[in-house]
Design a protein around this ligand. Structure first.
Ligand code: URA
Length: 288
């Protein structure tokens, strides 16, 4: 589904109204639809992404070459006593030289969660888009359909990103830290997150995004190695160091499932979206 400028504006308006922004705050209207300079091809740009609603040409594809894998064992906590399963996950992830190989490796990896899940949930969207969003773990709908963010919170995510002119069919790539659903949709344990982290890091290295959005505290804390919660991490760009890829700007943002429970946090969620949109626009205008 390609999104026209009018679709994007309607989506932005619908989200604003649904979120309760039904008062005009400025005396003068702000023309967000004014023509902007043409998009620079994403793959060739400085670390930024640009697929504006009004210039909907797909970004140039990145070369498919896989980055050389530095053994992901090096990224494991050096102080930790590592279980054989963690070492095996790191080795399997490092050996994968394509997204298909990574998915196959994750499918092979013997994890307790695999036995209780129905389908592997690997990814959705456009791997070469230059923008990668990473959530926590599949829920029941994702487990049934084998795709990330297809349930209630996924639909909210689609509406949120549509309000800044993005669609998963064209503009970004989507995955989770865990590829298997934790039974009963429980929050993954720290041990489960650590076990799957080498796969998530390798997933980023192979997709080679220019920008990453970390949806929720689990993804943000795990990938940034942070102790703070999402409410402290969000609101600014961080640098993510990825083996075989280098430094990638990463934006921690509130998870749509959190917004469904805490509607008052929509203000912060909107700020996260604006930060992302600005970065996309800055990249397209030649900035960073
Ligand atoms: N929540 C997530 O973090 N990921 C999904 O795929 C669905 C819900």
């Amino acid at each position: 589904m390609d999104m026209t400028e009018a679709d994007a504006l309607r989506a932005a308006l619908a989200l604003q109204i649904a979120w309760g922004a039904d008062e005009a705050l400025e005396d003068a209207p702000l023309d967000r639809a004014r023509p902007r300079p043409a998009a620079a091809p994403l793959a060739a740009a400085t670390p930024s992404v640009a697929v504006p609603p009004e210039a909907a040409a797909p970004p140039a594809r990145r070369p498919p070459a896989a980055p050389p894998a530095r053994p992901l064992r090096a990224a494991l906590d050096p102080g930790a006593v590592l279980a054989p399963a963690a070492l095996r996950a790191a080795d399997l992830a490092a050996a994968a030289d394509s997204l298909e190989a990574l998915k196959a490796a994750m499918q092979r990896f013997e994890a307790a969660l695999r036995d209780t899940a129905t389908n592997i949930v690997f990814s959705d969207g456009v791997a070469e888009s230059g923008l990668m969003m990473i959530g926590e773990a599949p829920g029941a709908d994702e487990d049934r359909l084998g795709k990330p963010f297809v349930g209630v919170s996924g639909r909210l995510l689609d509406r949120m990103v549509a309000s800044i002119g993005l669609s998963r069919e064209r503009d970004f790539y989507l995955t989770n830290i865990l590829c298997w659903r934790p039974p009963g949709n429980r929050t993954p344990t720290d041990a489960e997150v650590s076990l799957f982290l080498p796969f998530a890091r390798r997933h980023i290295a192979l997709a080679r995004p220019r920008l990453v959005v970390l949806l929720g505290g689990t993804a943000a804390k795990a990938l940034l190695g942070a102790k703070e919660g999402i409410t402290r991490l969000r609101g600014r760009w961080h640098m993510l160091e990825v083996e075989g890829l280098g430094r990638v700007p990463a934006l921690p943002a509130l998870h749509p499932a959190y917004l469904l429970r805490q509607p008052a946090a929509k203000r912060e969620a909107w700020q996260d979206l604006i930060l992302l949109r600005r970065r996309l626009d800055a990249g397209r205008d030649g900035g960073g």
